[in-house]
Design a protein around this ligand. Structure first.
Ligand SMILES: CC(C)(COP(=O)(O)OP(=O)(O)OC[C@H]1O[C@@H](n2cnc3c(N)ncnc32)[C@H](O)[C@@H]1OP(=O)(O)O)[C@@H](O)C(=O)NCCC(=O)NCCS
Length: 186
């Protein structure tokens, strides 16, 4: 039976190996990794799926800021969902959805208001992500705009949201977006 629990200190090595298997060794070249470099994931929002003491899935969230480009307003805090990975042999058993439901519920409990990700709309729409409201967001690198998705955890939190997505310290956004380039996954 699959169970989901929060990350423990001993998990990172197994998680990194799972991510390499799921996304390939080039995964760190993706634009979203520019936002993760040198930044710790949100500690309370790391979850793993286990079965017979073996890791079968993993989900993490990173803190980000959306810095308005059209106004002088302050940056808006949000979460970047991912990476989400499930052991290929265990795909299709609800592990990915289970991890996201747990993670999003906990994020809401902790007071986070906005979650952003780069991924496949047909999959992530199952847990409430959509394109509407993400049109004005820019990432610090190439990404397919159709894969930039958003979900509010607090109603109205993303009203009028636009701007450049940055690391929490305001760095990582030096490169402008070349719209239309496809980014494989979060
Ligand atoms: C994508 C991934 C996380 C899905 O995890 P999972 O545990 O197999 O997913 P679930 O069992 O919760 O959901 C399975 C359902 O989602 C669908 N699905 C899976 N990946 C999908 C995708 N990229 N686009 C649309 N639908 C998808 C499946 O067809 C299945 O549909 P069904 O319920 O109608 O049969 C997993 O396959 C994975 O780790 N892939 C490699 C890494 C990756 O690409 N991650 C990010 C995805 S953008």
């Amino acid at each position: 039976m699959i169970s989901i629990r929060p990350y423990r200190e001993a998990d990172p090595a197994a998680v990194e190996a799972l991510l390499d298997r799921s996304f390939g060794p080039d995964r760190q070249k993706k634009t979203v990794y520019r936002l993760r470099e040198g930044v710790a994931p949100v500690k309370e929002l790391g979850f793993v799926a286990f079965d017979n003491k073996a890791l079968r899935g993993s989900l993490q969230f990173w803190p980000i800021l959306v810095r308005p480009l059209q106004s002088c307003g302050p940056p808006v805090a949000a979460l970047l969902l991912g990476p989400l990975a499930v052991e290929p042999a265990y795909a299709g058993r609800g592990i990915g959805m289970g991890l996201m439901r747990v993670g999003l519920q906990r994020a809401k409990q902790l007071g986070h208001a906005i979650v952003i990700l780069v991924g496949d709309l047909p999959y992530y729409s199952r847990v409430g992500f959509h394109r509407e409201g993400a049109e004005g967001l820019r990432l610090p690198g190439p990404v397919d705009p159709n894969r930039l998705l958003i979900r509010e955890l607090v109603e109205g939190a993303a009203n009028g949201l636009e701007g450049l997505i940055e690391k929490p310290d305001g760095s990582g956004a030096e490169v402008t977006v070349a719209a239309g380039h496809r980014e494989a996954a979060p």
